[in-house]
Design a protein around this ligand. Structure first.
Ligand code: NAP
Ligand code: FE
Length: 374
């Protein structure tokens, strides 16, 4: 079956953003949404400022997008966009600032009285968003999702909508060169999770499968190269970063169609409660996910292992835990494990997979990977 919709113009390669001259098509005023450091460190912010100035576009910078962006922060950003009368938003960063940019664009167009209302409001279309990657992982540049941290539910929540697909994704690997080894690894593993999880979702199609099958070996290769560079204490090469960025965008296109599985919903617990970066949080559970999915889809599981270049399920765990810069050494006590299992098992990601797992299975996986804490 074919059913695929990904209305994002993707521009990739060196200089694709620096030399972009089409800003004027999006309006006269722009709000740039970014984190505290990465947009400046990567060079993308100064490229944006030069490009906007050259096009005669007024802009201001909202640089308060934190990791795992908070609902309250993006609500503030929306207010700022309205005050500036922004016509469009440029998000610069990893998944956090890109997701923040989408939510800011949604709030800007929909002035709800309190942040939580955005999830249930009849929203007019968000302002147009242009997405500039500085990490290679989340695929947010090609997805209609904005994943926000919501304190009242002690979890993340997706603000989704077709209007949240960025208009253009700018994928220049040069902007990822300054990403430290630990985040390079966690973002690469996140992308691998997207490709693999998407491969086992009920909504997978021929198109999403083709993208996942292309992305998996590239990501596995990129992860091995990045881990080897970290092991030697050398810099991660441009060619490796280029491969990771290209493949992470493909994997983002996969989940834009399929959604993600229990790896992500369980990972959210580790991020929210234990501060584990998103990709590292997912890494703990990927091998067990494939093992569970193999019960319903053994041929697919075999293909996934082959495409990742590993002999068995534990080979997946060895691959994603192969880098000292991203140690997987979290240990939780039994009460936390039980809480996470009971909260995660009700997530719709769990029901969306070809093999639906129960709470006891999830608890056993949690015990195996992150148990043993006092
Ligand atoms: P991130 O949270 O955006 O960034 C992680 C850290 O890396 C931050 O400290 C950031 O600094 C820094 N950084 C980013 N780029 C850098 C660069 N080029 N040089 C130096 N430092 C850099 O990490 P992420 O893994 O890309 O995004 C995770 C978020 O994406 C999570 O909230 C997750 O839920 C979400 N996500 C969204 C989707 C989707 O489809 N929308 C899919 C998967 C995950 P700054 O703080 O200064 O930026
Ligand atoms: Fe993810």
């Amino acid at each position: 079956m074919l059913d695929f919709f990904n209305p994002v113009r993707i521009l990739s390669g060196g200089g694709c953003f620096k030399y972009f001259d089409g800003f004027a098509a999006f309006g006269k005023r722009c709000l740039i949404v970014c984190g505290a450091k990465s947009a400046r460190l990567s060079g993308a912010l100064s490229d944006a400022e030069e490009g906007l100035c050259a096009a005669g576009i007024e802009y201001s910078v909202f640089d308060r997008a934190e990791q795992n962006p908070l609902l309250e922060t993006v609500f503030e950003g929306g207010r700022e966009a309205r005050e500036q009368r922004a016509d469009f938003v440029i998000g610069i960063g990893g998944g956090s600032p890109l997701d923040a940019a989408k939510a800011v664009a949604a709030f800007a167009a929909c002035p709800v009285a309190s942040p939580e209302e955005i999830f249930t409001a009849e929203r007019p279309p968000a302002l147009p968003v242009l997405a500039v990657n500085t990490t290679a992982g989340t695929g947010s540049e090609v997805t209609p999702y904005s994943i926000l941290t919501v304190r009242s539910i002690e979890n993340k929540r997706n603000l989704g909508g077709e209007d949240l697909f960025p208009k253009i994704a700018f994928c220049d690997p040069a902007y990822t060169m300054s990403l430290p080894p630990g985040f390079t690894m966690s973002t690469a593993v996140d992308a691998l999770c997207h490709a693999v999880e998407g491969y086992f979702m009920k909504k997978a199609t021929l198109t999403s499968d083709a993208l996942a099958e292309k992305a998996m070996p590239l990501l596995a290769e990129g992860i091995r190269e990045a881990a080897a560079a970290c092991g030697e204490g050398s810099a991660i090469r441009y060619e490796t970063r280029k491969k990771l960025l290209y493949a992470s965008t493909l994997a983002g296109m996969v989940i834009s169609r399929t959604g993600t599985g229990f790896v992500h919903s369980t990972g959210y617990m580790l991020t929210y409660h234990d501060g584990v970066p998103h990709g590292a949080a997912n890494a703990y559970f990927l091998a067990d996910f494939v093992a569970e999915m193999a019960k319903a889809a053994p041929k697919r599981a075999e293909t996934a292992l082959r495409l990742c270049g590993v002999p068995d399920f534990e080979g997946i765990h060895a691959l994603v835990s192969s880098c000292a810069a991203m140690p997987l050494n979290l240990k939780l006590d039994e009460s936390a494990l039980r809480r996470y299992a009971s909260k995660t098992v009700t997530a719709k990601n769990v029901a969306n997979a070809v093999e639906e797992i129960g709470e006891e299975t999830l608890l056993a996986i949690l015990r195996k990977r992150v148990g043993g804490g006092g």
